[in-house]
Design a protein around this ligand. Structure first.
Ligand code: NAD
Length: 479
């Protein structure tokens, strides 16, 4: 018999221990070659004063086994406790969150009988980098960071996932009609990578209409790949309309380490009663088996599970008033059906080919030419009029810079603004070099000194660049 693969297992809080016991029992009976190494994380650890909920031994185990199967944990009430999920995700570089959302109609009542989609959400970038500042009394900002390598990695992961799981289409959700650079980059990379997968159909939606269609006609979708924030929202919409919060599993995948879990929480209201549904965690475990190269066991368990629910063996949350079975009984029913397939519901197959590494960059050694093209200076002002600020900035521009325009919350107010525009205390003022002058950082520093001499309060600058000669900053209307 092949050697067993060590995995780290956290039994969690609330219903965690019950559903983990049921899940591990099914895995063992199905012949999964795994050797659990149990760790304590969560409520108990938080309450010892560890604000992350994760002790050193847990990190050590995870680094050794590279795979974590985690039951839900309870985050204690009150401030100061960090989300354990976010800590593991960010510290271990788990860049892809993969969440299948499937309808099991007619076994489980559902408004979208043909829904069977998977959301692949970018997990590290976007507005979740958490770089936020307040610089004026009126205005705060949150930086949205999108990288080319980060986008390549998640999009390639989505296409590889599609191939591995016999899926036919990958859809991209972006808002690049508004965020032309950030969402535009993600969309551009999507088109480049889609071209490498001619066997898989691809399309894109503007995120607002895309979300509306997920809510209305989820059967139109197969695999969805999107940025962190949109993915967060889309996965909750999809899980909700699948009507299966107790059923869905999720994977968080990194280059080295991966974590698998149920999407639901620790359900303290039913903990210890023996009635919790182990299916969400079991689905997480099935994804784990595929990830560690045991697709045969994954397929066997998944089909036995489908047959179980098809035969009407349902825990209370699925039975919705009909006769229900407990956690242990449900697990035994799945074990009894190992080797069988469903007849009404569609059986699943998992590819036996290993998934390709998502690391391959499109342009590994290519560094575009970068050229400084001016600067945007941001000012705090709540006393002067537009014309008074402009007069000072025209003077500060000196002979090497042109004061090109000024916007307030992105709306151009100078030259030729509208009197109706709402004005906050936060102004973006664009300076570019005059014909024949090369922009330098020294020129920009001197410009800032002149702005200070005009008694203007600059709060930050953003330099303007061209990459390979192409403008790489947003233009104001009319510019
Ligand atoms: P929850 O998902 O635990 O429960 C919501 C409702 O769904 C409850 O009525 C519960 O009984 C039911 N439910 C959930 N899972 C079920 C299952 N497997 N079988 C049957 N019924 C099930 O959400 P909550 O009550 O908002 O959160 C409880 C705790 O879980 C909180 O401390 C929260 O922080 C934590 N939580 C943890 C995770 C995680 O570890 N990944 C995720 C979400 C919430």
């Amino acid at each position: 018999m092949a050697e067993k693969r060590q995995i780290t297992v956290a039994t969690g809080d609330g219903i965690g221990p019950e559903i983990m016991e049921a899940t591990l029992h099914i895995l063992e009976q199905a012949g999964a070659k795994i050797e659990p190494e149990f760790i304590d994380v969560g409520e108990k650890v938080y309450l010892t004063g560890n604000s992350t909920g994760i002790p050193q031994e847990a990190w050590d185990s995870l680094r050794r086994t590279k795979v974590l199967l985690k039951a839900p944990i309870t985050t204690p009430q009150g401030g100061g406790y960090k989300s354990l999920n976010v800590t593991i995700r960010t510290a271990m570089g788990l860049y892809a969150n993969v969440r299948p959302c499937v309808s099991y109609h007619p076994v489980i009542e559902n408004k979208h009988p043909d829904m069977d989609l998977v959301i692949v959400r970018e997990n590290e970038e976007d507005l979740y980098s958490g770089i936020e500042h307040q610089q004026t009394p009126d205005v705060v900002q949150s930086l949205k960071l999108i990288s080319r390598p980060g986008s390549e990695r998640i999009i390639r992961h989505a296409f590889e996932y599609a191939r591995q799981n016999n899926r036919k289409k990958v859809s991209c959700l972006v808002k690049d009609n508004i965020m032309k650079l950030s969402d535009g980059l993600f969309h551009q990379v999507f088109k480049e990578i889609a071209a490498e997968y001619p066997d898989i159909e691809s399309n894109s939606y503007i995120v607002d209409i895309g979300m509306a269609r997920i809510a209305d006609s989820p059967e139109e979708f197969d695999v969805i790949v999107t940025l962190n924030l949109y993915g967060d929202i889309a996965s909750d919409i999809a899980a909700q309309i699948a009507g299966s919060v107790g059923l869905a599993g999720s994977a968080n995948i990194g280059d080295e380490i991966a974590m698998f879990e149920a999407i639901h929480g620790s359900a303290p209201d039913i903990a210890g009663k023996g009635i919790a549904n182990p299916s969400g965690l079991l689905h997480g475990a099935i994804m784990m088996l595929v990830h560690i190269g045991q697709p045969e066991a994954a397929e066997k368990i998944h089909n036995a599970w489908l047959k179980t629910i098809e035969d009407g063996m349902l825990t209370g949350d699925m039975a919705k008033g009909k006769e229900a079975v407990g956690t242990k009984e449900f697990a035994h029913a799945v074990v009894e059906r190992l080797g069988q397939s469903p007849s009404t519901l569609e059986p699943v197959t998992y590819s036996k080919e290993p998934m390709e590494e998502a690391e391959k960059n499109i342009r590994p050694n290519y560094i575009p030419e970068r050229e400084l093209d001016g600067t945007d200076v941001f000012l705090f002002n709540n006393t002067l009029t537009i014309d008074e600020i402009a007069e000072k900035l025209e003077r500060a521009a000196g002979s090497n810079h042109e004061f090109v325009m000024m916007t307030n919350r992105g709306v151009k107010v100078y030259p030729n603004g509208f009197s109706e525009t709402f004005l906050s205390d936060h102004w973006r003022c664009r300076f570019q070099p005059v014909e024949g002058v090369k922009e330098t950082q020294t020129e920009i520093r001197e410009l800032l000194t002149r702005i200070e001499s005009e008694d203007l309060d600059w709060i930050k600058i953003e330099n303007l660049y061209r990459f390979d000669g192409k403008i790489a900053y947003s233009l104001a209307q009319g510019q």
